[in-house]
Design a protein around this ligand. Structure first.
Ligand code: SF4
Ligand code: SF4
Length: 293
């Protein structure tokens, strides 16, 4: 982990290094790996790895309790003076672990009320927690939305679990897209800054990227992050090719008339810390927590 050139005097909503590219050279973020479970199964995900909706496949993350995570933020704050954002992005879905996620952010904001809070979710459970998200002043939320076509969604998700009910195919797609839209509408009504992550899967989602962008633009989403598929061995999409540079560029061009594009995503781990692009070693959490012992 490296420290940064300067400390922001007062963190503002424009200091999120992912949502505002100008901020990436001045502010840092930390992801807290407190959310191990997931309520869907993406066909590109291997559960041994971090959530690739927001993260690049790597090693399994350490999973912290809310109390450990809050202590960890205290330590990071000393080590990374330009820390501006505390986020939760996995290793599973934050709202499939809602109690832990919300308790963690509550503890963090009690101790560090000046830091921005951020979460990234597949959107399935998020509509049930919109008021808590607002009450905690979570300012930045990402919803992964890769298609607006339920049939295509049925090909991305092997299953979607809502309470005790498991859905597959088109039914799974319909439910998830409905919840993602409900999430976005509810977040925008409450004044949050909203980004969508859209996974570019050749032969599956690529042809529909402009439709996703149009829908997101209509709903008032602030930013779209087109993430190329990272094929992971042993997953149903492991045999697919990653999109080419030309396909990625074409997808972004097809979307940019409807919604601004994020192009500086680093596909960070669920336990990333520091400035975007910093190398921080997979033992960053363990190293800092060991100092505390
Ligand atoms: Fe994996 Fe994330 Fe998809 Fe859940 S939402 S299955 S953790 S990629
Ligand atoms: Fe930001 Fe992308 Fe890293 Fe998430 S994965 S913290 S959006 S750079």
């Amino acid at each position: 982990m490296s420290t940064a050139p300067m400390t922001p005097t007062r963190v503002t909503v424009n200091d999120h290094p992912c949502f505002d590219e100008a901020a990436r050279n001045r502010t840092a973020r930390v992801h807290l790996p407190v959310a191990p479970r997931c309520n869907v199964q993406c066909n590109y995900c291997n559960r041994k790895f971090d959530c690739v909706s927001e993260s690049r496949p790597g090693v399994s993350s350490t999973v912290l309790t809310p109390e450990e995570a809050a202590d960890y933020v205290d330590l990071v704050r000393k080590d990374v003076p330009n820390l501006a954002v505390v986020g939760i992005a996995g290793p599973g879905d934050p709202f499939a672990n809602a109690e832990k996620t919300l308790r963690t952010l509550r503890l963090v904001t009690q101790r560090h009320p000046d830091l921005l809070l951020c979460v990234s979710s597949n959107g399935l459970e998020l509509p049930h927690h919109l008021d808590e998200v607002a009450e905690l002043n979570i300012s930045h939320v990402t919803v992964t939305m890769s298609t607006v076509d339920p049939e295509v969604a049925g090909r991305i998700y092997r299953w979607v679990r809502d309470g005790r009910q498991v859905y597959r195919g088109v039914k799974a797609g319909e439910l998830l897209i409905e919840r993602q839209m409900e999430s976005i509408i509810g977040l925008k009504e409450r004044g949050m800054v909203v980004k969508i992550n859209t996974v570019l899967v050749p032969g599956v989602t690529l042809e529909g990227i402009a439709d996703v962008a149009r829908m997101a633009g209509d709903l008032g989403v602030d930013l779209m992050n087109c993430l190329p598929l990272y094929p992971v061995d042993g997953t149903p999409f492991g045999e697919l090719d990653a999109p080419t540079a030309a396909e990625i560029a074409q997808a972004r061009v097809s979307a940019q008339d409807y919604i601004p594009q994020m192009t500086h995503c680093q596909r960070c781990r669920a336990d990333a810390v520091g400035m975007l692009g910093d190398e921080h070693g997979e033992d960053a959490v363990a190293r800092l927590m060991a100092v505390k012992m």
